[in-house]
Design a protein around this ligand. Structure first.
Ligand SMILES: C[S@@+](CC[C@H](N)C(=O)[O-])C[C@H]1O[C@@H](n2cnc3c(N)ncnc32)[C@H](O)[C@@H]1O
Length: 402
């Protein structure tokens, strides 16, 4: 949205705010940024393409910019699987001094985004810019917002963690202001209360699965499933279950929030779910406690879909099953980062390769490992790979056929 000057300094009323929102926000086109884990920008772009009314999609490092009406905020947060957060752009301008920054902040119609919320928080970053001290930038921006709101008789506080959160980004002296519509990162779907070791973010697991066109498989298995992310995300994708339907978002605090409209979108997303899946979903892990956690997560998810979760060594996987299926094995393998673990891990990768090449011949695999030499140890032919970071560790998802 382009900045516009607050013409009057009359006290803000509920009715007045409604009128301003109608005048400035309805029927307008807005700019957005959906962020994702670097490496998955194109998956996110494809997801956004599938949402009606998204325009001008442009992948950038760690996200995709797009534009469209304000309703997109509801749909994007509810349905995007590979995104971490969705930001609504408020304004962008050059600022090379604090007075310049303050003056440009003060003229924005902040009431449209803050309304009568008393608490606001800020997240500031700066690179290659004359204004580089993030604490000073935050103070200056807050003072500008405070002054703008005070003219309307609304006093605000800068409170860390307040759900109304303004992102301030300086790059090459260009200041971009956005408001966070998501709140907690979108990988938090609201079903995973139990977390296993080195968990994979739901958004990353979903991005990997979306890139694999998983509807083609009749078995999807994670034989080292930890808290079960891959099997649950597979179920949600195949059922067309909106990943955000069980959680809350920051946009519900915005003065423009239309609860009725949002509920309509949410209900529509639930009604459009596929009812019965013929695919078999299997998650197993050697650690029985981990499997118990995965079962609790599965219960929270309440997808009404049968998912087999069992405690088992992956080297026992599929020994007794039908092998004719067109299956997918997708798994985040142990990384073994501690000293002394590497030899044992290489040995394990070797056994893993021998076992799966034997019992899942012809199946597709997508296997995540921290060791670049995993395919050599497991003797697997790789068709493609995706590099990304999981919990700060550089890892690769190796894709191919056993
Ligand atoms: C890196 S973690 C994967 C975590 C999981 N992807 C998640 O997001 O929660 C590796 C998992 O492999 C399991 N594991 C290790 N060796 C195994 C084996 N031989 N058979 C089955 N599971 C094994 C561990 O218990 C652990 O849960």
């Amino acid at each position: 949205m382009k900045n516009s000057t607050t013409a009057t300094s009359e006290k803000l009323t509920e009715r007045g705010l409604e009128r301003r929102i109608k005048r400035h926000l309805s029927k307008q086109t807005f700019s957005y940024l959906a962020t994702t884990t670097p490496g998955f920008e194109n998956v996110l772009k494809e997801e956004l393409k599938g949402i009606e009314n998204t325009q001008s999609l442009k992948p950038i490092d760690g996200g995709v910019e797009f534009s469209g009406p304000l309703d997109l905020i509801y749909i994007a947060n509810l349905t995007l699987r590979s995104a971490n957060r969705v930001l609504l752009r408020i304004d962008a301008f050059v600022a090379r001094s604090y007075p310049e920054l303050f003056n440009k902040i003060v003229r924005i119609n902040w009431e449209l985004f803050i309304g009568f919320n008393k608490k606001v928080s800020f997240k500031v970053s700066s690179r290659n810019s004359r204004l580089h001290h993030t604490g000073n930038i935050e103070n200056s921006v807050f003072e500008g917002v405070q002054s703008s709101m005070a003219k309307l008789g609304v006093s605000i506080e800068n409170t860390p963690d307040a759900p109304v959160r303004i992102f301030v980004r300086f790059f090459d002296d260009n200041c971009t202001l956005s408001i966070d519509s998501s709140g907690e990162l979108l990988y938090k779907r609201g079903y995973r209360t139990e977390v296993a070791n080195a968990p994979m973010r739901e958004s990353v697991a979903a991005a990997i699965l979306l890139g694999l066109n998983i509807a083609q498989f009749d078995i999807i298995a994670d034989p080292m499933c930890g808290s079960g992310v891959f099997v649950f995300e597979s179920a949600m994708i195949l059922k067309n279950h909106a990943p955000g339907s069980k959680r809350e978002f920051s946009f519900s605090q915005w003065p423009s929030f239309n609860a009725e409209k949002y509920e309509r979108f949410r209900n529509k997303s639930l009604i459009s779910e596929n009812k019965d899946l013929s695919v078999k979903l299997i998650g197993s892990d050697i650690n029985a406690n981990t499997v118990a956690s995965a079962k609790l997560n599965c219960k929270n998810l309440s997808l009404n879909q049968s998912i087999e979760l069992l405690a088992a060594d992956c080297l026992e996987f599929n020994k007794t099953r039908e092998m004719q299926s067109n299956g997918l094995v997708v798994s985040n393998l142990p990384y073994g980062k501690r000293v002394g673990e590497l030899d044992a891990l290489n040995n394990f990768y070797k056994k893993f390769g021998v076992h799966f090449r034997n019992v899942c011949k012809g199946w597709t695999f997508a296997l995540i490992a921290a060791d670049n030499k995993f395919p050599q140890h497991a003797k697997l032919n790789i068709v493609s790979k995706i590099q990304f970071e999981n919990g700060g560790i550089p890892v690769t998802c190796f894709i191919g056929k056993f």
